[in-house]
Design a protein around this ligand. Structure first.
Ligand code: SF4
Length: 89
């Protein structure tokens, strides 16, 4: 199953909890907001996940204090096929 994590920067307060839980795929920008490692533009807020990273992503969604994270099935290019957890979709 492919999955990705969507980050809603309009809700995020940039404290970085998710970047600690998903250090392999998330980095922080100059203002502290989480971004996908090695990606640019819109791809920075839609983070593809390996199967082994989905558990940590679920934790990040559950622990984000402002509900800024959504775990989605599929890939961003395919479009979401449904939320796995969190967010406002
Ligand atoms: S845990 Fe939530 S509020 Fe904190 S940096 Fe990540 S997305 Fe932003």
């Amino acid at each position: 199953m492919s999955a990705y994590l969507h980050i809603d920067w309009t809700r995020c307060d940039g404290r970085g909890l998710c970047t600690e839980l998903l250090a392999g795929v998330l980095d922080r920008d100059d203002w502290g907001y989480p971004v996908a490692r090695g990606r640019a533009g819109r791809d920075r807020t839609d983070v593809p996940l390996a199967d082994a990273e989905v558990g940590a992503a679920r934790d990040a969604v559950a622990l984000c204090p402002v509900l800024a994270l959504t775990l989605l099935q599929g890939t961003r290019r395919e479009g979401p096929s449904g939320p796995l957890q969190g967010g406002r979709r």
